[in-house]
Design a protein around this ligand. Sequence first.
Ligand code: GLN
Length: 538
Amino acid sequence: MSKYVFITGGVVSSLGKGITAGSIGTLLKKRGLKVSILKIDPYLNVDAGTMNPFQHGEVFVTDDGAETDLDLGHYERFIDETLSERNSITTGKIYSSVIKKERRGDYLGGTVQVIPHITNDIQERIIRAGEGLDVLIVEIGGTVGDIEGQPFLEAIRQMAVRAGRENVVYCHVTLIPYLEAAKELKTKPTQHSVQELRRIGILPNILVCRTSHAMDDGMKHKIALFCDVPPEAVIEVRDEPTIYNVPASLHRQGVDDLILQNLGMSGVSGPDLSDWHTVSDRYMNSPEEVKIALVGKYVQHKDAYLSVVEALHHAGIAHSVRVNIVSVESEDLETGDPAEILKFADGVLIPGGFGDRGVEGMILAAKYARENNVPLFGICLGMQMMVVEFARNVCKLHEAHSKEMNPATIHPVIHLMEEQEGIHDKGGTMRLGAYPCDLAEGTNSAKVYGELHISERHRHRYEFNNAYRERLENAGLKVAGVCTERNLVEIVELPGHIWYVGGQFHGEYKSRPARPHPLFDGFIEAAARYMRDRAKEA
Ligand code: GLN
């Protein structure tokens, strides 16, 4: 059986438990251990697939087509492991499976209850997610004291009985607020949230304290005394200029040693964090800056395009440029002058999205970038709108009757395939998860990938309509990538343009801080070139 690190949160939400989990994961991995991370979300949705990005931020998709919480993206980026459906559980998932078993009669006439049936199901999933690992890190979403989190906290308390107390570490992430009027940090909320944990039988081993001001030793001793942890287990995490500083900060304070000691393990000493140092250093200190217009429809929510934003930074890190991402509400382009609004940009990125709102603005952004030779990168809906723009303005393919032909699409070049349900074996009516793609030799895509057979993750209903492929290609659009087994167009390019690439998939999910995604890499490289050329001209 694996050993476990359970991460809970106290006082308020949004303390960065996911980043703490990811950072602990990378430290343990770099000490030679086989690790993975499981996210528990106490909401009733079965998965994040139905959640609105305005409320919940991005939906992260795994290779096996699971639609998950965005924290899984942090985990993949921090521990550089490919996660799956097993790495995400929700209250909805647990209850559906227990109720299904109940209907099947699996409980042999017994009364089915939260304890033990729900809590057992949770534990079995935790154990399954830990199979074959040295350490499984489990992050419990929400805050201690929430009604919906209780069965999960009870389950992780019982895990110490199942696995043995010596095989389990509880790490509590909490807030030490600074009171402006008193000019003081306050420990009371932390004391109370630890009391709440202890009331349900969990004694934390480590307290990760999020704070805006430095904590002195006296304060750490006070917290240690009240919360019954050793003073060296009171860890201070200040707000950092980049989340990629967190692994090194936790390591400096001995968190990895502390966890290994608590678990009776010895890892290789001194994890090599040089790649994290390079990432942080370049992120903070690169002298040049490229400005990218992110023309989206969920731009008000700071996490709606989280993986896209991270992937842009990864590419910036690789090219030693800071990436200044400026959100542009696509609807604003419909009422304003796109050339005026976008003239600041060294590159235009049109990300994914659902529904009609804002698509005309995306089409205008694509037109501006195509006509003015500005680097352009479209992802999923963004790629689809690049194709529509090209069909309309270059091929003069008019869509007068498109709404009648297919009320769900704005132009027939992008359509819902009839056999949709049949071809999508990974769930529902969407193409979800990893699909292979073959690249055309000599294209920008082939150049940046450095290989011709790739695999990328999808999450969409509509597809490029092959009935128009020849006309679009004759007008100059290049099909650079195809999912051969299903004859689906995956990448389009425009030869001769500084950088014009649209991909039907979400490359951002596979980007890593020290290994940027090839298409983001190529896009930022082109944007940096554009920025330098513009500076020379000025
Ligand atoms: N709405 C489009 C589709 O369903 C694009 C989806 C996306 O961008 N993820 O195909």
